[in-house]
Design a protein around this ligand. Structure first.
Ligand code: PLP
Length: 399
């Protein structure tokens, strides 16, 4: 039996229409978009069309889109670029304790280099309180960075309220919307953000391409300098095939946003209800309703997430566990820890993320095999092979 893919938060398969949109730029239309002759002009036209499609998806102007190598670079550009390019106002940044590591790591880097970072706590749904954002603001605050949808637990943060606070206080607001764009409606003007991170491979586009929405007056120091591409904000010849793919993926996502969101959330709710009914001690992680349409995350007492995911794999189901493997030792998720979970509960987590390729038959199969998997693992000490699992020296599986 072929794998049932329930890990769409990690990445999504490339849409065949996206591949079709990329192919010309890998073949005949190979020009450099900065070149003045016909091949270059055609390449530039393809790039600008993609920029328009992406801008349209998030309510922005095409000139406000800066292409990057993905979400990680978009977050680094926004945070480090603001810290070093935002002027002399101060060295204080506000973020939350449940951000993706692509936000936390640049913040920690800055903390080691003379900046002060407020890592705000969250409630037991993993939600940031806008009132706490307001309270944390100081005269030297130069940036607020709060994510849109959480990659682990799916909770959607109150970014519109936070954006309004930032705007009223005149502080740039960055939003990591990597898990939201292409899945739910994201509008930069409703959020009132100055910077927003996007990654194509989360909405059926290619890996290794993304962008920053950059409101024109937000001051950024370019991290990659070179030929002045992307309005001088990101040097280097643009990855045109990937950009064309991202543009097509954005167009397709926009065309079917509401219907896909509905279909995916019906499957998500079937899984949540099915698991809750069969396994009463299962703890649903994250907000029950304010959550990404495809996200299911459960913790179970008395079992370990790594063998759970390994057994699901044996049954042909691809899912993620809740432990971030930063080294050779799996450590409990910082998100669940910030929500007050014990190490043991945090490490007993499975994340299933539904996407537009999934169907009811796959959910039926999951719900049929899942209770037996849980039963067989209860109170079984983790096998060394599973603890070491495949995560040695690998990045966190919870992307
Ligand atoms: C919330 C969030 N931010 C940033 C990233 C990094 O994006 P990329 O994989 O494009 O570098 C991810 C990826 O998993 C993510 O989930």
């Amino acid at each position: 039996m072929s794998d049932i893919y329930f890990d769409h938060s990690a990445t999504t398969p490339l849409d065949s229409k996206v591949l079709d949109a990329m192919l010309p730029y890998l073949q005949d239309c190979f020009g450099n978009p900065s070149s003045r002759y016909r091949l270059g002009r055609e390449a530039r036209q393809g790039m600008e069309k993609a920029r328009r499609n992406i801008a349209e998806l998030i309510g922005a102007e095409p000139g406000e889109i800066v292409f990057t190598s993905g979400g990680t670079e978009a977050n680094n550009m926004s945070i480090l670029g603001t810290a070093y390019g935002g002027g002399k106002k101060g060295r204080h940044i506000i973020t939350s304790s449940v951000e993706h590591r692509a936000v936390l790591e640049p913040c920690r880097y800055l903390e080691g280099n003379g900046f002060e970072i407020s890592f705000l706590p969250v409630d037991d749904n993993g939600m940031v309180d806008p009132e706490q954002v307001l309270q944390a603001i100081r005269s030297d605050t130069i940036l607020i960075s709060i994510m849109h949808g959480n990659n682990e637990i799916g909770t959607i943060q109150p970014v519109e309220e936070i954006g309004l606070i930032a705007k009223e206080k005149g502080i740039p607001f960055h939003c990591d919307a990597v898990q939201s764009v292409g899945r739910i409606s994201v509008d930069v003007n409703r959020i009132n953000c100055d910077l927003l991170s996007i990654s194509a491979h989360k909405f059926y586009g290619p890996k290794g391409v993304g962008c920053v929405y950059h409101r024109k007056d937000a001051k950024l120091l370019p991290l990659i300098r070179g030929g002045g591409q992307e309005n001088g904000l990101r040097g280097g010849t643009q990855n045109l095939p990937a950009i064309a793919g991202m543009g097509k993926a954005a167009e397709l996502a926009g065309d079917s946003l509401n219907s896909t969101q509905k279909e995916v959330s019906v499957l998500r709710d079937r899984i949540i209800e099915g698991i809750s009914d069969e396994i009463p001690e299962a703890v649903l992680n994250g907000h029950r309703f304010k959550r990404l349409p495809g996200n299911v995350s459960f913790s179970f007492n008395n079992l370990d997430g790594a063998p759970l995911v390994a057994m699901m794999d044996e049954k042909g189901i691809a899912a993620s566990n809740g432990s971030a493997c930063h080294s050779d030792i799996p450590s409990p998720s910082h998100v669940l820890k910030a929500m007050g979970y014990s190490d043991k509960l945090a490490q007993s987590t499975v994340r299933l993320t539904v996407g537009r390729g999934n169907n009811n038959g796959e959910v039926d199969y999951l719900l049929a095999v899942f209770p037996d998997i849980i039963d067989s693992l209860r109170d079984v000490p983790p096998r060394q092979a599973d603890v070491e699992c495949s995560c040695q020296n690998r990045p966190s599986p919870l992307m």
